[in-house]
Design a protein around this ligand. Structure first.
Ligand code: HEC
Ligand code: HEC
Length: 190
């Protein structure tokens, strides 16, 4: 490589670095960053390869004795309690298979990530079906006027006004809009 092309390569690398730095800076100012969505992608992979065989790809169990994450079962427990269950495994109270311990299979970080995913799994298919086509890997913050807690959402009569100028709201069931808003609120907490 001559000196000219080395300089060119250096400048390209510098530009690429600056651009990704800039993207990150922009992302961190928004509610749900590209990084949030990327970490959900990783956690989804962990879940699909280790947990879905019993818990179902969308959290709706395919085996007896398994809680339904699609209906938020067990989600009232704290992270600490649920992490302990994931680490050490569980025996169902009546019938069904037991859950094996995961501490020899997954790292601490992976167990925490997959638990985060389990907490928001409810809204993920809805999000993928309805939002990714326009928003790809990042979504702007959920507008202040959109209610976010479960209580507020269930009594909110609408409109939700998720994306001005699109018919996202109109084309979705109310229940799915609520799910996806909770999904986004859950992702952005991390
Ligand atoms: C072999 C089947 C099986 C697999 C694979 C499995 N689980 Fe489970 N899981 C169960 C069963 C059965 C229960 C319910 C046991 C009980 O009644 O507490 C359970 C319960 C849970 C609970 C609730 C625990 C509690 O304290 O109430 C969590 C959270 C959980 N699983 C997460 C996971 C995660 C994360 C993975 C993948 C890393 C996974 N499970 C893989 C069978 C499985
Ligand atoms: C047809 C393309 C399209 C689809 C599909 C779409 N959006 Fe949007 N969304 C947009 C555009 C364009 C904007 C920016 C419009 C604006 O400034 O309000 C936006 C803005 C937003 C905002 C910021 C809202 C605000 O008022 O500040 C949120 C939150 C959002 N979208 C979430 C979602 C969710 C959740 C879904 C899936 C249910 C979704 N979007 C699907 C195009 C889309």
């Amino acid at each position: 490589m001559n000196r000219y092309s080395k300089t060119l390569v250096f400048i390209c690398l510098l530009l690429a670095g600056l651009m990704s730095w800039q993207q990150r800076a922009v992302a961190s100012n928004t509610g749900i960053s590209a990084e949030d969505i990327a970490s959900i992608d990783d956690a989804r992979d962990l879940y699909q390869s280790n947990c879905a065989a019993c818990h179902g790809f969308d959290g709706v169990p395919i085996m007896a004795g398994v809680p339904n994450f699609g209906k938020n079962e067990r989600m009232e427990k704290t992270d600490q309690e649920l992490l302990a269950s994931i680490k050490n495994g569980r025996t169902p109270e009546s019938g069904g298979v037991a859950m094996p311990p995961w501490n020899a299979v997954l790292s601490e970080e992976e167990m925490a990530a997959v638990l985060t995913y389990v907490r928001v799994i409810n809204g993920d298919p809805v999000f993928q079906d309805n939002c990714l086509s326009c928003h790809e890997s990042s979504v702007p913050p959920v507008a202040a006027s959109i209610p976010k807690t479960t209580e507020e959402l269930s009594s909110h009569q609408g409109p939700f006004n998720l994306c001005k100028g699109t018919d996202t709201d109109n084309s979705m069931e109310r229940e799915d809009i609520i799910k996806v808003i909770q999904f986004l609120a859950g992702v952005s907490k991390n």
